[in-house]
Design a protein around this ligand. Structure first.
Ligand SMILES: NC(=O)C1=CN([C@@H]2O[C@H](COP(=O)(O)OP(=O)(O)OC[C@H]3O[C@@H](n4cnc5c(N)ncnc54)[C@H](O)[C@@H]3O)[C@@H](O)[C@H]2O)C=CC1
Ligand SMILES: O=C(O)C1=N[C@H](C(=O)O)C[C@H](O)C1
Length: 265
């Protein structure tokens, strides 16, 4: 069976990479793109895509679903749009594979309920890179023994959300095994607001934004006389594509919402 795929955010940094990955993959057909129109109606009219790629671009998700009937919607847009896209897809029986970050806990819970009630598979993956998933798993394991931890996530300066979805997910996974603990000196005071980073159950998350970076993270664990550093680097956006394609296939086999690829591999 060929999986009919639509990509929201197809003109973006991740979306355009996903267009290439899906169109090259046997067993998948790219049937539509969702983004803002600027040049023409089909991806082929944009220089970045192959000239034979006759895939229509829509600006409205309902219309896209009506006209092209995708099985899966890959969302790589932004924190303002992703919740609505995922909700519309689930309500119309289209399986979302979501890489966009920046969901609130309430939004995640609502989507979980919607997916379960409608029995439509949905995967929300804050990071698709296998190395990043392993970094998160290893960090969770390490936190059982070394509960003093600080997360430093480093990204390109076009990123809209902070902390990153990966930084937040890492903190959530660590919190599953670590008793809440305020880090640093009990009487420490910030002389400049934010100096100690964001506070997640006493754990600190620091967000670095610089041109030249792609996506990087270090998880630092301190113990008596020792430091354990777990680091992952994505040097390009191809690093995420194996995970995107894996999720497109996996989402066809589930009937609920899975948050985080570590729950599938
Ligand atoms: N899960 C993962 O492994 C990864 C996730 N991301 C996430 O993916 C998202 C996209 O990242 P980038 O590609 O760097 O951003 P980008 O800004 O390059 O691309 C976003 C695209 O979405 C389009 N868009 C935004 N709102 C839209 C709407 N309502 N309807 C249609 N199109 C819309 C924009 O026009 C743009 O083309 C971010 O949330 C980022 O954090 C990025 C890399 C890896
Ligand atoms: O915006 C990005 O670029 C990335 N976003 C995701 C996140 O917020 O963790 C995944 C990856 O880090 C790249």
């Amino acid at each position: 069976m060929t999986i009919r795929v639509a990509i929201a955010g197809a003109r973006g940094r991740m979306g355009s990479e996903a267009v290439k990955a899906v169109t090259k993959r046997d067993g998948m057909e790219l049937v539509a793109a969702l983004d803002y129109k600027r040049v023409g109606d089909s991806l082929a009219e944009l220089e970045i895509f192959p000239p034979n790629l006759n895939v229509p671009i829509f600006t409205n998700l309902d219309q896209l679903i009506e006209d092209t009937r995708p099985d899966v919607l890959i969302d790589l847009t932004n924190p303002q749009s992703v919740y609505e896209h995922t909700k519309v897809a689930l309500m119309r029986n289209v399986r979302p594979v979501v890489g966009t970050t920046g969901f609130t806990d309430e939004q995640l819970n609502e989507l979980k309920t919607l997916a379960e009630n409608s029995k439509v598979g949905c995967i929300i993956a804050p990071n698709f890179a296998i190395g990043a998933i392993l970094m998160m798993k290893f960090a969770k394991e390490a936190a059982k023994y070394l509960p003093d931890v600080e997360i430093i996530e480093l990204h390109h300066d076009r990123k809209l959300d902070a902390p990153s979805g990966t930084g937040l997910k890492t903190a959530q996974l660590i919190a599953e095994v670590r008793n809440e603990k305020k880090q640093g000196h009990p009487s420490e005071k910030e002389t400049i607001d934010g100096a100690r980073g964001a506070d997640f159950e006493g754990m600190r998350i620091h967000s670095v934004r610089l041109p030249g970076l792609v996506a990087h993270q270090e998880v630092l664990f301190g113990g008596d006389g020792q430091l354990l550093t777990i680091r992952h680097d994505s040097y390009n956006r191809e690093s995420f594509m194996g995970g995107v394609l894996y999720c497109v296939e996996a989402v066809m086999t589930i009937e609920n919402l899975v948050y985080g690829l570590e729950n599938l591999i």
